[in-house]
Design a protein around this ligand. Structure first.
Ligand SMILES: [Zn+2]
Ligand SMILES: [Zn+2]
Length: 631
């Protein structure tokens, strides 16, 4: 999942339990015009190689030159601040610590009897007739008419009506009449946390209540069962009271503005789905049947369907359209405004065949590609039910969620890596909880802890460790102090991510130089006047900056969060750096590319080239995790 413009990955900010955090979530949740963000939103997760959530503005480095960024799921970060919490894929789930509620186990084929509105609006994991999870992805919305052609014989199932048999190649259209938009209520989002970490919200709630704020709690997201395991993607939200209208919520948010000036984002929730009648018609316009708000198309075999005039490269000025082919199921339904929406129900394996090539160069060693396939699969599973909660689909096909290019992106090597790991995802051995399989491009020789990156609860599977072959034992202790980090950076040890011939050495170790004017400009938003000195006040286990102290002519301040620090300093490749003064210049010397939590993608390639299997690679980066096949 790549992040779109400001996706939100868990942001790097530290405990973002506050209002800001909400920004991110809200952005994604509302999907519509995002609420004005008052602060650069940190993304939540940002796996670098893969999709990343958000950083349009500051693209994360990808594995390859093309700059693919991996996205990391948001590990159940406590909150995200940024716009679009959802943006990053993903998002990770910190594992629930309590036994989750027994989830409904959806047996394969259950979809035949499912209400598509419940599946789509409930963001429920459905299964194809082959028993594979079906992920719903937006193809386009806001349409007056949707035209499609099944490439094989097909059945169109009309909700509340009949089933229509369609010959291959027929050109059909759907229009809507008598539509009414969804009923949506809005509230200021004050804080949020993964459901399993919801106790972390208690102090926040108490503090808000002490200020006289009426706080409502809400649980969003999905819990589902797959392969006998439970995946819990729920989040607990703290909302401010409002009259439920968007304007009212905005006024309420304004009144809750924090001392820092940050205004809470808005959370939107669908209380009644849109209504309307869909009319299915043959080419000449002859009606073939009517459906109550939704229909779906099931094509025989694996032939798939073509949707005409799919919008892509959407921008304020251009709306390119082209006919696009897909395999899987097609849903036609209404979006929150009551306009027509086409949604692709794609089997997870098919989705991965389109995604893995954009996360890691397809020329990589196959064991590394397999490790990437397993992490990407875990990542998607962790995102289900966490974003686009006011849309009738789980993910968009854009950078925000997953830059899914469909069949065109496939390669034989990545297809093989997906096939060889079919149905495999990462679970913690101890409690069978899905691992938030985040990743980033290059750790620089030492991985980082998830809580340091996103401010969420520490995950035992996401501990930062040296990414070094045995024999480099002298770096086995943390790099938290300046001196140790400095020695580590200049020693440039023989890390797994330094070894591959294709790995960029200028990312393994790098340098950024700021003249006084340049530094003042970069840090102008902090309003401390001419910058006299910057220093790192706190570091994570890999030496990545967690807190940056900035002293200026008119004041001193601190900036928390590795992503925020990186963005502020001109989009640094990573926050693993030391600060030097050379004359009037400030020089940052650093290592690595990306947040460093979870799998190091270049390290995975180095390990594969060194003979490790994908299971060994995954074990190295996700402590205590095991690969389990869930379908
Ligand atoms: Zn999205
Ligand atoms: Zn590494």
């Amino acid at each position: 999942m790549r992040g779109p413009a400001e996706p939100s990955r868990r942001s790097g900010a530290a405990p973002r339990l506050s209002a800001l955090a909400a920004l991110a979530l809200a952005a994604c949740l509302t999907a519509r015009p995002p609420p004005p963000v008052t602060e650069p939103a940190p993304a939540h997760a940002e796996p670098e190689l893969a999709a990343s959530i958000a950083e349009t503005a500051a693209p994360e480095p990808g594995l390859d030159e093309a700059g693919t960024t991996a996205v990391a799921p948001e590990p159940g970060a406590v909150s995200t601040i940024g716009p679009g919490a959802a943006a990053g894929l993903p998002p990770p789930l910190p594992p629930p610590q309590l036994p989750p509620i027994a989830p409904p186990l959806a047996p394969p084929g259950a979809s035949e009897h499912s209400d598509p509105l419940e599946v789509l609006w409930g963001h429920r994991l459905d299964f194809s007739s082959r028993g594979e999870p079906l992920v719903s992805i937006r193809l386009m919305e806001g349409q007056r008419e949707i035209v499609f052609r099944p490439r094989g014989s097909a059945r169109v199932v009309l909700r509340g009506g009949s089933t229509v048999e369609i010959p291959a190649g027929a050109r059909l259209s759907v229009r809507a009449r008598g539509t009414a938009p969804a009923a949506i209520v809005h509230h200021p989002l004050l804080a949020d946390a993964a459901w399993a970490e919801r106790e972390r919200l208690e102090p926040v709630r108490r503090a808000l209540e002490a200020r006289g704020v009426l706080v409502l709690a809400r649980t969003v997201g999905a819990v589902y069962g797959i392969g006998g395991r439970v995946v819990d993607n729920r989040r607990e939200l703290l909302l401010g009271a409002s009259d439920g209208t968007e304007d009212g919520a905005r006024r309420a948010a304004e009144a809750l503005r924090e001392p820092s000036g940050a205004r809470p984002a808005l959370h939107a929730e669908v209380v009644a789905p849109p209504r309307g009648t869909l009319v299915l018609a043959a080419p000449g316009g002859a009606p073939l049947g009517e459906a109550d708000a939704a229909l779906w198309v099931e094509v025989a075999g694996d032939a798939g369907f073509v949707v005409e005039g799919v919008e892509h490269d959407r921008s304020p000025t251009a709306r390119a359209r082209e006919d696009r082919a897909y395999r899987g199921r097609l849903y036609v339904t209404l979006d929150a405004r009551g306009a027509l929406t086409a949604v692709h129900g794609v089997e997870l394996e098919e989705l991965l065949r389109g995604l893995v090539p954009s996360e890691m160069p397809s020329s990589s060693h196959v064991e590394a590609l397999k490790a990437q396939a397993v992490t990407a699969r875990s990542n998607v599973l962790a995102q289900i039910g966490t974003r686009h909660l006011t849309d009738p689909f789980m993910l968009c096909a854009e950078v925000h969620c997953q830059a899914y290019r469909g069949e065109g992106a496939r390669t034989a090597r990545t297809d093989e890596a997906v096939r060889a790991t079919r149905g495999e995802a990462l679970f913690r051995g101890a409690d069978r909880v899905l691992v938030d399989a985040v990743y980033s491009a290059m750790c620089g020789g030492h991985g980082e802890d998830n809580d340091q990156v996103w401010g969420n609860a520490p995950s035992p599977s996401l501990r930062g460790r040296p990414d070094l072959p045995s024999g480099e034992g002298r770096w086995s202790r943390a790099l938290r102090d300046d001196g140790t980090l400095r020695a580590f950076l200049s020693a440039a040890p023989d890390a797994w991510c330094r070894r591959p011939a294709a790995a960029r050495k200028d990312r393994f170790r790098w340098e950024r130089r700021f003249g006084p004017a340049e530094l003042d400009a970069a840090l102008a938003s902090l309003a401390v006047g001419a910058v006299r000195r910057i220093s790192v006040a706190a570091r994570g286990v890999s030496g990545r900056a967690r807190l940056l102290a900035v002293e200026g002519a008119s004041g001193r301040t601190e900036v928390a969060g590795e992503l925020r620090i990186r963005r502020l300093l001109g989009n640094l490749p990573s926050s693993m750096f030391v600060v030097d003064r050379e004359g009037s210049a400030t020089v940052l010397r650093g290592g690595g590319w990306g947040h460093g939590a979870g799998m190091c993608q270049w390290g995975a390639i180095g390990r594969a080239e060194g003979g490790q299997s994908y299971r060994e690679i995954l074990r190295a980066y996700f402590s205590g995790a095991e690969v389990a096949r869930v379908y």
